[in-house]
Structures are given as structure tokens and as C-alpha cells.
Design a protein around this ligand. Sequence first.
Ligand code: CDP
Length: 203
Amino acid sequence: MGMTIAIDGPAASGKGTVSRAIAAHYGFAHLDTGLLYRAVGRRLLDGQDPVEAARTLDAGELDEDALRTPDVAQAASKVAAIPEVRQALLDFQRAFAARAGGAVLDGRDIGTVICPEAEVKLFVTASAEIRAKRRHAELVDKGMDIDFATVLADVEQRDARDMTRADAPLRPADDAVLIDTSVMSIAQAVAAARAEVDARSGG
Ligand code: CDP
């Protein structure tokens, strides 16, 4: 079975956790497309031209830990509004989605732009307060000294930028299934996602 699963949603909605669990359960490859934009954002912070950065991006730069900081997230959402940056990252994402063994891609525009033909489309969301609370806990866990208000402001600013940009704005595809994880445990969110995949694949 070589299905494509598109999982979109706003910042810190839990889509990464759900995507990893789904990929592991079905034995599919997983691509966190946010890391591509974060890597370009990282290069912007280092003084490089973001379009050039996107065109020359190397898989070796997708080091999760180094890219999971609020300043890189902000830079990512800025470069993500540049059409040439999105265009430069398109082929890599489509090739990944087409791999034979099945693929899970998570991001903002997977169901709408990157993989409009995906067999399963999920839109994972939660209230901004709850998302910021989870992201804050994650960052503190990693040893970062950051207050909740700063994290909430980052999440709200990025959501606004991601939803209002002209190119590939964050929104659920018309045929996406909404999973609101505000009052769900991780296990419940993963179970809801699995139920959708099973329903679409006749499993
Ligand atoms: O983990 P979190 O949800 O906080 O962010 P992310 O998924 O790593 O994405 C970082 C930023 O990249 C987002 O705020 C978006 O601006 C951008 N992005 C995008 O535009 N399109 C995607 N498919 C994935 C991320």
C-alpha cells in the first residue's frame, strides 16, 4: 500500500506527534516539512538570501534540535511567505510523497498544494492557549529559559502570518478531516487519526 497522508495544522497543534505515530504504525516514511522552512529560516538568520538558501538546501541541514527554537520558527514563517522559497521546496516534497512504501507529510499546505491527491487529509488543531502551553513545556524541557507569554506571542504571530499570506496560506483542504486536540490526550489524537486512515484504506 503506497498511500499518501497529508497532515496540516497551526503551530504546535500536535501534528508532528500524530504524524510520527501514524508513520511508525503503518511503516510509512515521514517528512516534517516545517523543518525545510526552518532550515531556510536558519540561513536567513545567518545572513543568507532565503531564495538561494531554499534552492541549495541540503538534507544534512535538517537537524531537528538545532532548528526547534522560537527565533528560527519566526524566521521560518517569514521565509515561508516568499513564493520562490515555496516553489524551490516543492519538488523535494512531491518526490517524497510519491515514494512507493507510503508517506506521511506534515505542514501547512500539504493537503491544499503539495499533495491535493492525498488519500487521507487531516487538519490537526487546538486552541492557541493550549498549543502555546504544550510548546512552552517542550522548550522548558529542553532547558530553554523562556516565559509562556513569549511562546504564546510567537504562536499567535506565526498563525496570523501563515493564514494571511497570499501563497499557500494555512487552511484545511475542503476534504480534510478536522481533529481538535484541545481536550485530547496524545493517544486519543493518534487513535482518531488512525481511524481515518483505516476508514480510507478499507483496513
Ligand atoms: O512545529 P511548528 O508547528 O511550531 O512549526 P513548523 O511546522 O516547524 O513550521 C515552521 C513554519 O514553517 C510555520 O510557521 C510556517 O510558516 C512554515 N511552514 C509552511 O509554510 N509550510 C509548511 N508546509 C510547513 C511549515
